[in-house]
Design a protein around this ligand. Structure first.
Ligand code: AP5
Ligand code: MG
Length: 188
């Protein structure tokens, strides 16, 4: 099974992906984490993208597509990927369908975590003290949210249309959300 976990910054995509990956023996493919790794390693790509990430904009579709294709094409990840943070716009959603199709795979379910801006601000400001993400300051967090608002509607419509979308209330406790997601996956 391949699944997409979708939602605004701080919605709990990483938290829930991590839980699902362990419970169902899937692989968590977080594009944000992969990009942060590149920056940490000071690779050419990392140098190119660090200012974009720190501004709260999206990195180019081509760059992110190349990153995820490496995993989609590998046997060991076949039909066991959780896409955490991809796709983020309509072009990426269509590209993901194509990449999966070319590798005889598909998406089984898309989980959209719904969370208010108030909750997002609170979670991101609390995480700032725990993790050291350079994009977790308030200004960039708000910009990330605006980027999400600008791009998300066509993606949601796309998956709703294909019957894959499940909307999850992300305002509850981590455990309550995990339980709902577990039950949902088990029913597939
Ligand atoms: P990315 O790393 O994906 O960041 P994001 O989408 O802004 O989301 P976050 O990672 O901040 O939040 P999350 O939803 O994972 O929540 P989490 O579980 O951590 O992307 C970063 C950047 O990379 C982008 O801005 C862009 O520049 C670039 N990028 C990435 N993907 C891209 C793509 N496809 N195309 C182009 N560019 C791309 O939770 C947040 C906090 O809240 C944690 O501290 C957690 O412990 C806590 N928490 C979680 N759930 C709950 C709960 N239910 N109750 C209370 N606290 C909770
Ligand atoms: Mg995350």
């Amino acid at each position: 099974m391949n699944l997409v976990i979708f939602g605004p910054p701080g919605a709990g995509k990483g938290t829930q992906s991590n839980f699902i990956a362990k419970k169902f023996n899937l692989y968590q493919l977080s594009t944000g984490e992969l990009l942060r790794e590149e920056i940490k390693n000071k690779s050419d790509l990392g140098e190119k993208i660090s200012s974009i990430i720190n501004s709260g904009d999206l990195v180019s579709d081509n760059i992110v597509s190349e990153l995820i294709e490496r995993f989609i094409s590998k046997k060991e990840y076949q039909n066991r990927i959780i896409f955490d943070g991809y796709p983020r716009n309509l072009a990426q959603a269509k590209n993901l369908d194509d990449l999966l199709k070319n590798n005889n795979q598909k998406i089984n379910v898309v989980l959209k975590l719904s969370v208010s801006l108030k909750t997002i601000k609170k979670r991101i400001s609390e995480r700032k003290d725990l993790e050291n993400r350079t994009d977790d300051n308030e200004e960039t967090a708000i910009k990330r949210y605006k980027t999400y608002e600008k791009n998300s509607k066509p993606v949601i419509d796309f998956y709703e249309h294909s019957g894959l979308l499940r909307v999850i209330n992300g305002e509850r406790t981590i455990n309550e959300i995990s339980s709902e997601i577990s039950a949902l996956i088990e029913a597939i």
